[in-house]
Design a protein around this ligand. Structure first.
Ligand SMILES: Nc1ncnc2c1ncn2[C@@H]1O[C@H](COP(=O)(O)OP(=O)(O)OP(=O)(O)O)[C@@H](O)[C@H]1O
Length: 620
């Protein structure tokens, strides 16, 4: 609860205003109830009965008001004369009507101000919280995305945050309104009989006990159901993205069954949550009933010994009942608030995640920026986890790459090629050794400057559901249409873009699914050409394109690599042959290095890999 209230801190002025408005609305609401009860006595009656009933009420509380009457008599106020004089007067309903309208308008106005302001605070908290989560997720290291699935992250940012909005916008307001009602009726109860009301105070904590137990359970089940919802979203997203494979392998019912299992686990915990929520109200009702029944027994005693009149006691019971209604509503609102409190740890987990790829405390600009003269791995070791018994994925990598050099990385699957290039833009930090550019350790450079040095072309082309222009100019705000067209021409993409319905303004669908594989690759190459970064990291696609598409992509890549320092994870013999240096990786170590001719003479791993490839077996 404290955490939920902490979220409101920046909006305390608006929240305070909403609270005051809601309390005033509750006060006017009870005044309205009072006015309606006085309708019978003061409006829908004749003058004599009205005065009689007023007088009865006034003089009825003899003990309480005796002092006031004496005091008024002493000052010569003719109470009895007033009583007589008004007996013949006609009833004028206008003052009551005006009063009723004024009170109602005040109640409605404060209700509007309170509800709207509280709702606005809720929406603002949620929008800010969601944005803070999005901003945080954007800065997360790749380790975070390995640990949390996409669906889980999406559920936390969307569904979990929505529960908080509901709690703040609606339920907090309800709580406050009902609390104000409780205060008003408590005051009345004390006014009528303070001794009896004190007894009530002893009994009220009895109500709090089950509320605390239920709250804990609701929080627990709410957390569980949300985590299964996350798993469901995550799995569903995978299935939707991979629908072609699911259909191709006829796995629709298999996936449906798997999804149904998670769905039923969600159902199980959502149902438990619902059961506890549903049981809260009757249990509270029962406790309320026990309280009322105890009062009746006690009342029987006080009426018999003459401490209270029957009428007073009945009125008191009514007040207590009125007191119990808002408490019941508060219990219901509390259930919803507890559900929101239940998801808070899931949000906190994201917000408090420690990003291990840190910005240096005293960043240093790279000497000679943006020219990359030298890129060096010095005894680099790396593993994904930090357990001491985990094997090294890269072990003792020593490598120097000069300006304009092309280095091809080859090796069996899982030998560490992709991992090696991921260390350069600090997607992961090395575990041991040093990684330098122009002699400066990359961990001392500002992250933005470091990442600006690399152009990435990966084998799974990453495109967004946006226009061709925006996909090529991704991240470059100032790129003009001419620049984009120029890059597209160099990437052999201009021609096919011209044939699209809206040319460069065509939206290409989620992940560019309205384009062919070769077209997607050429768009991502155009993007890298436009970025014009000094170092190129290329992950050559293993999937076969037809000869024409392959030739077009290859031409685009050649243009891209011109006069650039390039590290390429190479699968095509043509690329490997052109490389200045070929590094052969095996189980995280560089086992051979040199150019094609030299390595072929070696009769080692490289020669074997090439022979396997020539035999048509995919080995690189
Ligand atoms: N995010 C990760 N978390 C944990 N281990 C990983 C992760 N990514 C890769 N690995 C492991 O690190 C090792 C090297 O993987 P890497 O992707 O660098 O190999 P690769 O040579 O690029 O393989 P391929 O040619 O098949 O892409 C593998 O054993 C792999 O299981």
């Amino acid at each position: 609860m404290k955490d939920l209230i902490r979220l409101l801190k920046p909006y305390r002025a608006a929240f305070g205003m909403a609270l005051v408005a809601l309390i005033l609305a509750a006060v006017f609401n009870s005044a309205l109830t009072g006015l309606i009860t006085s309708l019978m006595d003061n409006v829908l009656t004749d003058s004599a009965t009205q005065v009689q009933s007023q007088a009865d009420r006034l003089f009825g509380y003899k003990e309480k008001l005796q002092g006031l009457q004496n005091w008024l008599n002493e000052f010569g106020v003719p109470l009895e004369a007033i009583r007589e004089a008004r007996t013949d007067a006609l009833i004028n309903p206008i003052p009551w009507a005006v009063m009723a309208i004024v009170v109602f308008c005040c109640q409605a106005l404060f209700n509007y101000i309170g509800t709207y302001t509280m709702g606005k605070v809720g929406v603002t908290v949620v929008v800010d919280l969601r944005q803070a989560m999005i901003d945080k997720v954007m800065t997360m290291s790749m380790r975070f995305f390995k640990e949390y699935s996409t669906g889980d992250i999406l559920t936390r940012i969307n569904t979990d945050v929505l529960r908080i909005q509901q709690a703040i916008s609606v339920k907090f307001g309800e709580m406050i309104k009902e609390a104000a009602n409780v205060v008003v009726f408590l005051f009345l109860a004390f006014f009528i009989n303070w001794k009896l009301s004190l007894t009530l105070f002893v009994l009220v904590p009895m109500v709090g006990l089950p509320v605390a137990v239920f709250s804990r359970k609701i929080r627990k089940y709410s957390r569980k159901s949300q985590s299964f919802l996350s798993a469901l979203t995550s799995h569903l997203k995978e299935v939707l993205v991979g629908m072609q494979i699911v259909k191709g392998y006829q796995k629709e019912s298999f996936e449906s069954t798997k999804l149904a299992q998670t769905n039923s686990l969600f159902f199980k915990y959502a149902l438990r949550e619902l059961r506890i929520t549903a049981v809260t109200t009757p249990v509270m009702g029962l406790i309320g009933m026990v309280v009322v029944v105890s009062f009746v027994c006690y009342g029987s005693l006080v009426v018999q010994n003459g401490t209270m009149s029957q009428g007073d006691f009945l009125f008191y019971i009514l007040v207590i009942y009125q007191l119990y209604q808002p408490i019941k509503r508060m219990a219901r609102a509390n259930s919803d608030i507890q559900q929101a409190v239940g998801v808070l740890p899931r949000i906190a987990e994201v917000m408090e995640w420690d990003n291990e790829i840190r910005e240096p405390e005293h960043p240093q600009s790279m000497p000679g920026h943006p020219q990359v003269e030298n890129l060096a791995f010095r005894k680099v070791r790396f593993r994904y986890g930090d357990q001491p018994d985990e094997p090294w994925v890269l072990d003792g990598i020593d490598l120097e790459v000069g300006h304009g050099e092309v280095v091809a990385l080859v090796g069996a699957s899982g030998s560490g090629k992709s991992t090696l290039v991921k260390l350069l833009p600090r997607f992961y930090d090395i575990s041991d050794g040093a990684l330098e550019i122009n002699g400066l350790d990359i961990r001392r450079m500002p992250k933005a400057e470091l990442r600006g040095l690399f152009g990435l072309v990966s084998q799974d082309t990453v495109l967004f559901d946006d226009t061709v222009h925006n996909n090529i100019a991704y991240g470059l705000k100032d790129a003009s249409r001419e620049d984009v067209i120029d890059a597209a021409k160099k990437a052999n993409a201009h021609e096919f873009i011209g044939q699209l319905a809206d040319g460069y303004d065509t939206t290409i669908g989620e992940s560019g699914n309205q384009l062919s594989g070769g077209q997607r690759q050429r768009l991502s190459i155009a993007r890298a050409i436009l970025k014009d970064a000094p170092v190129l990291i290329l992950d050559e696609a293993t999937s076969a394109l037809d000869t024409q598409a392959e030739r077009e992509v290859q031409q685009a890549l050649d243009t891209l690599m011109k006069s650039k320092t390039t590290l390429v994870i190479a699968h095509r013999l043509s690329t490997i042959r052109k490389a200045d240096t070929i590094l052969v990786l095996d189980k995280g170590r560089i086992v051979e290095r040199g150019d094609h001719e030299a390595l072929m003479k070696n009769h080692g791993v490289y020669r074997r890999l090439i022979q396997l490839q020539e035999e048509g077996i995919h080995a690189l």
